[in-house]
Design a protein around this ligand. Sequence first.
Ligand code: FES
Length: 102
Amino acid sequence: MTMTKLCAIRDVPEGEVRQVDLGDGRVLAVYHMDGAFYATDDLCTHGDASLSEGEIEDGRILCPYHLGSFDIRTGEPVAAPCSVAIRTYRVETVGEDVLLAD
Ligand code: FES
């Protein structure tokens, strides 16, 4: 398993989401929600929208373009027009850092 630093814990305040470009073609959205961190692909599966520019609401990320939404923990679509899941990633916090475990 590889651990890749996504950001520092302090970079993503509770209830917010940030874009993290890993520089290898992967661009993720990193969420801080209910005291834990989560990561998904940043690109909406419905169109060319950055989910990190959306709002977190009740465990879901609302896409800024057409207001479809996904469950942040599972990536499953929960509101139209989104119908294809976004990929989720395993995240761990170690010390001051948020790490991607893959
Ligand atoms: Fe995300 Fe349409 S681009 S809901």
